[in-house]
Design a protein around this ligand. Structure first.
Ligand code: SF4
Length: 448
């Protein structure tokens, strides 16, 4: 049964040495109780305390890392069933299937896409990171895995029923933490022994949740922590049911045999590319940790990455920019001054339109706790008597002394009051409501 923060605290050294990254042992205890820290992070826990705390402090869904460096994918570590209860922790890793049935050209194309495909959206770099290599033959599996590592640095899922083939491919790359796929009823002992020997994660696979739980129990009994579950779902209904039941069992019942992240293979569930995207989006919405696609068409990968980003953003902490003055298109003393809020989406929408206008401009971004313009205005945060002091202390007058300020069209009503608050010859101009109209507005502004 889970221990409370106070119960955990009683078993800690209470020296407040901070080596765990927390200010106090109590803070560390609270993090442990919430499943947000690992006991190993405190180097001073006694063996006796470890025995008592070890299982109680582990997150209900174990953390698993596959791959290394920039392409590493960390999954699991989840503590809630619904995002609004707190937040989801680790965005699923998207990947592509590569098989020994593909010719060299296909493999090179997929690995090239995996290496180069990256999208920046509201300040976050999003990309697929996983290559799932499927081959029966050990030499082919090893050759393809080495190629995927060398050409794309991908996080690897090694797929074979043959344990010797898994060993041949995984051993040279064990430092890259490939995922061995998969231990089944037939070969659990061999695959788990290989995972233990190489210190890499492994997947367990069964065709029913009951059998999956039995294998999960074997993994728990064997003290395996880096395990990934595949419930072998074949229909959309199964995906919803299996993923939900696994997560519910882990979170609500702290049922350790199913307390691991999952993997899904939309690539194997349909030949229809759009339907595959629907399967993949369902896996993303319903808790999967790794999702393997049949190709990396950006038209499907990009929306899937955005979906993951949306779901895995902390709902209590809007994505936000640092307050400050942002220079766009190399502005000078005569360039227009715009002001907006520090909600990331607002910033990136406005800044990309300003950039597209090719008009040099100063964009003053005010900290309103990550709210959009209208929300911040309604909350009394983006109002005249807050904006004026922000601009005065921002230093914009030294950079552009013309004292003409453009405010978003949606807060036109504050223009008079803001002009009064700013005083000292400032002129407040009402800009456009829609970001798409910014380029035209700025070009006209700079011609006047
Ligand atoms: S490292 Fe251990 S002893 Fe030090 S503050 Fe953290 S919990 Fe306390």
């Amino acid at each position: 049964m889970a221990l409370s923060g106070l119960e955990i605290f009683k078993l800690l050294p209470k020296t407040n040495c901070k080596e765990c990254g927390q200010a106090t042992c109590m803070a560390f205890a609270m993090q442990l109780a919430a499943g947000k820290a690992e006991l190993d992070e405190c180097p001073y826990v006694s063996d006796e305390a470890k025995a008592q705390l070890g299982e109680a402090s582990a997150p209900p869904v174990r953390k698993v890392t596959i791959g290394a460096g920039d392409m590493a994918v960390t999954i699991g570590e989840e503590t809630v069933l619904y995002r609004h209860e707190k937040r989801f922790e680790n965005m699923p890793g998207l990947g592509v299937l590569i098989t020994d049935q593909m010719d060299d050209g296909q493999v090179d194309t997929l690995l090239g896409q995996l290496k180069d495909m990256e999208f920046n959206y509201v300040g976050q770099d999003l990309r697929p990171r996983v290559a799932a290599i499927r081959a029966a033959d050990g030499d082919k599996l090893a050759a393809l895995a080495a190629k995927a590592d060398e050409q794309a640095g991908a996080a690897l899922v090694l797929i074979s029923d043959d344990v010797a083939a898994l060993k041949a491919a995984a051993e040279p790359l064990k430092d890259k933490k490939p995922l061995l796929y998969a231990a089944t009823e037939a070969n659990f002992d061999e695959v788990s022994a290989l995972a233990k020997e190489l210190e890499v994660p492994f997947a367990i696979k069964a065709d029913s949740l009951e059998k999956l739980a039995d294998l999960g129990q074997k993994a728990v009994d064997g003290d395996f922590k880096e395990v990934v579950l595949d419930p072998s779902s074949t229909t959309l209904g199964d995906v919803l049911k299996d993923q939900t039941l696994i997560r519910r069992a882990a979170i609500k019942k702290t049922f350790r045999p199913l307390g691991f992240p999952t993997i899904g293979f939309p690539c194997d569930m349909t030949d229809d590319k759009l339907q595959e995207a629907v399967f993949a989006s369902t896996f993303i919405a319903k808790y999967a940790g790794i999702i393997i696609l049949s190709d990396l068409d950006p038209a499907r990968v990009l929306p899937l990455l955005y979906l993951g980003q949306n779901i895995y953003t902390d709902p209590q902490r809007p994505m936000q920019m640092d307050e400050g003055i942002y220079e766009i298109n190399d502005p000078d003393a005569d360039s227009p001054i715009l002001v907006t809020t520090n909600f990331s989406l607002t910033y990136f929408t406005v800044s990309s339109e300003v950039e597209a206008s090719k008009v040099p401009a100063w964009l003053c971004v005010m900290d309103v706790e990550g709210q959009s313009v209208l929300t911040a205005w309604a909350a009394g945060k983006f109002v005249a008597d807050a904006i004026a002091p922000f601009l005065k202390k921002s230093g914009i007058e030294e950079k552009a002394p013309h004292k003409k300020l453009v405010i978003p069209g949606y807060v036109a009503q504050i223009s008079g009051e803001l002009e009064e608050e700013l005083g000292d010859g400032w002129e407040v101009q009402v800009g456009v409501r829609e970001a798409a109209d910014i380029p035209k507005y700025l070009r006209q502004w700079s011609e006047n």
